[in-house]
Design a protein around this ligand. Structure first.
Ligand code: CAA
Length: 415
């Protein structure tokens, strides 16, 4: 029986900062960001979006045309959690209208949690082929202003429907893993920004890649030449280059030159250059970017490497299915990434500094340009989410779990 990805959809906020603007303010050559890190833009999250609203947009889109009654479980992977107890998945479950028989919970292991969810989903579907599982990874990658990590900021969500009808990619549950207790990147509960030992984190990433690749080869008997393309976890897109050349050093066939190697990762980097780091979803944005490129991938095997700081690495892979192109949401993704609003540096800094009150006091957000859902505010220590009223469609009111609703008129304003 085949299991794997039936549908995939990404969501990224409607605002971005061009890294040329950031470079100008920081007094840094923009080529360092564009070439040295391989990043052009970073998504900027307005105050009325968070991991829940981004995830809800991605899940809603991934489930288009799929019978909600077949969805057994919703797993939300994140390292930007909003609550120590309640799973962000529960809010998403309500917003998109999944049935009460569908389980919903949250997963964590830094940027590897999305893949942990996919592996659990594959096992579940293998046992119950009539059931589908939605894995959504949603994150806000946030570093301190002016720190070396800042140009690798980003945000967004990616949702995958895992089922026994893998219209896009048949995934293999045979993986290679590497786990070690290291402090390369972490975020204590009392902080909004991640702490990172940048150069060390790159070394640990490369070690985790080599070790999980070795375990994967041992587990599957596959080698480098069995893989046509490779998708990497992309904290910044040049990381794929570093990783792939590192892997190739001891596993690629002799005579395979740098250009041929870079060709194997090129198409998987396009979208991430524009969104910035998505943490748990990053490798699946890379996969979406590859699938939605000009490449002909039918029956080709793709290697997937997921790295979560702290750390865990997982290498696995899958085979792209015949006819996959007609099941992609390519046009929607292109429009979403192409029609965003560029933000001047000053507005980015204002948005960066804006945060929800930490003492539970009431707070209502302004309306920004968002997707189909927004975080209206906070009242009585509860986040209030609502569906966005569109000019061209009837208002979709949010269910009444959090009783207060924000003004329904949709307007765009900066703080
Ligand atoms: N033109 C072109 N290239 C330039 C340049 C210029 N004018 N100036 C510098 N560069 C190049 C440098 O030569 C360097 O290239 P190499 O890597 O090939 O040497 C590259 O630009 C970056 O320059 P620096 O190494 O000087 O950059 P930095 O010290 O300011 O920081 C970083 C880089 C460590 C990645 C930092 O952005 C950071 O800490 N990022 C967050 C942590 C991170 O992403 N770690 C990755 C592994 S951990 C992980 O994957 C989990 C996760 O999601 C966080």
């Amino acid at each position: 029986m085949k299991v794997g990805i039936e549908a995939i959809s990404i969501y990224s906020p409607r605002y971005y900062l061009d890294l040329k603007s950031l470079a100008a303010v920081r007094g840094i050559d923009a080529e360092k960001y564009y070439k040295g890190l391989g990043q052009e833009r970073m998504a900027v999250v307005p105050p009325d979006e968070d991991i829940v609203t981004m995830a809800a947009n991605a899940v809603e889109s991934a489930l288009e045309g799929i019978d909600f009654r077949s969805v057994d479980t919703l797993m939300l992977a994140t390292e930007s959690g909003i609550d120590q107890s309640k799973a962000a998945a529960i809010y998403v479950h309500r917003l998109v209208g999944l049935p009460s028989t569908c389980k919903a919970y949250e997963l964590k292991q830094a940027c590897c949690a999305g893949t942990a969810g996919v592996l659990a989903a594959l096992a579940l579907v293998q046992q119950h082929p009539q059931k589908k599982v939605v894995v959504v990874a949603s994150d806000i990658a946030r570093y301190g202003l002016g720190t070396p990590g800042e140009p690798t900021t980003g945000a967004g969500a990616v949702a995958l429907v895992i089922s026994a009808d893998p219209k896009l990619v048949e995934l293999s549950p045979d993986v290679g893993a590497y786990t070690a207790d290291v402090m390369d990147f972490w975020r204590p509960n009392y902080m909004d920004e991640a702490l990172v030992d940048g150069k060390y984190s790159i070394r640990v990433y490369l070690k985790a890649l080599a070790e999980s690749w070795n375990a994967y080869v041992k587990e599957t008997g596959l080698d480098f030449t069995d893989h046509y393309r490779f998708c990497y976890h992309l904290p910044f897109t040049r990381m794929a280059e570093k990783g792939h050349l590192h892997l190739a050093k001891y596993s690629a066939p002799e005579g395979m030159g740098r250009e041929a190697l870079l060709e194997q990762i090129y198409s998987a980097q396009r979208y991430n250059r524009l969104t910035g780091n998505l943490y748990a979803g990053s490798v699946y944005v890379a996969l979406t970017s590859l699938l939605e490129s000009q490449e002909k991938l039918e029956n080709k095997r793709v290697g997937l490497f997921s790295y979560g700081s702290g750390c865990m690495g997982i290498f696995y892979g899958g085979v792209v299915q015949p006819g996959y192109k007609k099941h992609l949401k390519e046009e929607k993704h292109r429009q979403m990434l192409g029609n965003r609003t560029e933000m001047p540096y000053g507005d980015y800094e204002v948005m960066y500094k804006n945060s929800l009150p930490k003492d539970g006091s009431e707070y209502m957000n302004n309306h920004y340009h968002v997707g189909n859902y927004r975080l209206a505010g906070v009242k009585d220590h509860k986040r209030i989410y609502e569906a966005v009223e569109r000019e061209e469609q009837a208002p979709r009111s949010a269910p009444a779990v959090n009783s207060r609703s924000a003004p329904s008129k949709r307007s765009v304003s900066y703080p």
